[in-house]
Ligand binder design. Structure first.
Ligand code: 1GP
Length: 259
């Protein structure tokens, strides 16, 4: 059904105020399809709202990993492609993104044009998202030729977020880069964007504890993404730590729900 995952996100945001997404990056040398499926199930049991599947797909196992994950969980699986290779028909949806603060047109519209016909023919639900990289930006910034936003300049991403909204993107993503140090995107930056922009803000990159996740929601983020934390903890504590983080996120989200 067209728009099924977007309806799920929009309706759940209305009810719960904030959502948690788990990022898995398939990699045949470290994170096999089988271990992706196990992690996805543990994350689902801990209360995450969707599994986002990253695009480190140069090794050609995206299809197997997405299928294994989709078979293992009931919650939506959403592609988060790093390039045109990150497309799989087994996913429920795809963040169709443009890296708006890239200096290279390939990452703004080139890769999207190359992948668009394939995505349409496969019938994957696209969810458009403006992608903004904030310092340090990590691997994504290096690969994506990004002119990262300095952490103390919240009005720069605000300008881009407003442009994303006016261009018709459904979501805007404030991303510090996977494995970022410093406790995620600064709360001042999140609130500078959410106070003025009307589209939901997704944030991720360096959120590794309940406090930083809850603060991001209090600052107005609608969706917080965690990847590194899951890789480090899920197999050890079977999701106990993640469950506490999601509880803190949902409590912060509940305060935002209109009565
Ligand atoms: C990357 O924002 C995500 O796109 C996740 O970042 O791995 O630091 O949680 P972490």
């Amino acid at each position: 059904m067209t728009g099924k995952v977007w309806s799920y996100i929009a309706e759940k945001l209305e009810r719960e105020g904030a959502l948690h997404f788990s990022l898995l990056d398939p990699d045949p040398f470290k994170v096999t399809p089988g271990s992706c499926a196990e992690m996805a199930k543990l994350a689902e049991d801990a209360g995450t709202d969707a599994i986002r599947i990253g695009g480190s797909t140069a090794f050609g196992i995206i299809d197997d990993a997405v299928k294994a994950i989709s078979d293992a969980v009931e919650i939506p699986t959403i592609l988060f492609p790093g390039n045109i290779s990150g497309v799989s028909k087994h996913a429920d949806a795809m963040f169709f993104m443009s890296l708006l603060n890239s200096t290279n047109p390939y990452w703004i519209i080139g890769a999207q044009a190359l992948a668009a016909a394939n995505v349409k023919l496969m019938g994957i639900e696209p969810i458009s998202m403006g992608y903004l990289l904030i310092s340090p930006g990590k691997t994504a910034a290096w690969v994506g030729d990004a002119k990262v936003f300095p952490r103390d300049k919240p009005r720069l991403p605000l300008m881009y977020a407003l442009a994303a909204e006016l261009l018709g993107f459904k979501l805007v993503y404030l991303e510090a880069g996977s494995g970022a140090e410093g406790g995620g995107v600064p709360v001042e930056m999140i609130s500078a964007v959410t106070e003025i922009a009307d589209i939901p803000v997704v944030t991720g990159g360096g959120f590794n504890d309940a406090e930083s996740v809850a603060k991001a929601v209090e600052a107005g983020a609608s969706i917080v993404v965690q990847g590194t934390y899951l890789e480090k903890t899920l197999s050890k504590d079977k999701g106990a730590g993640l469950k506490k983080i999601i509880k803190a996120l949902k409590e912060a989200g509940a305060k935002r729900v209109k009565k």
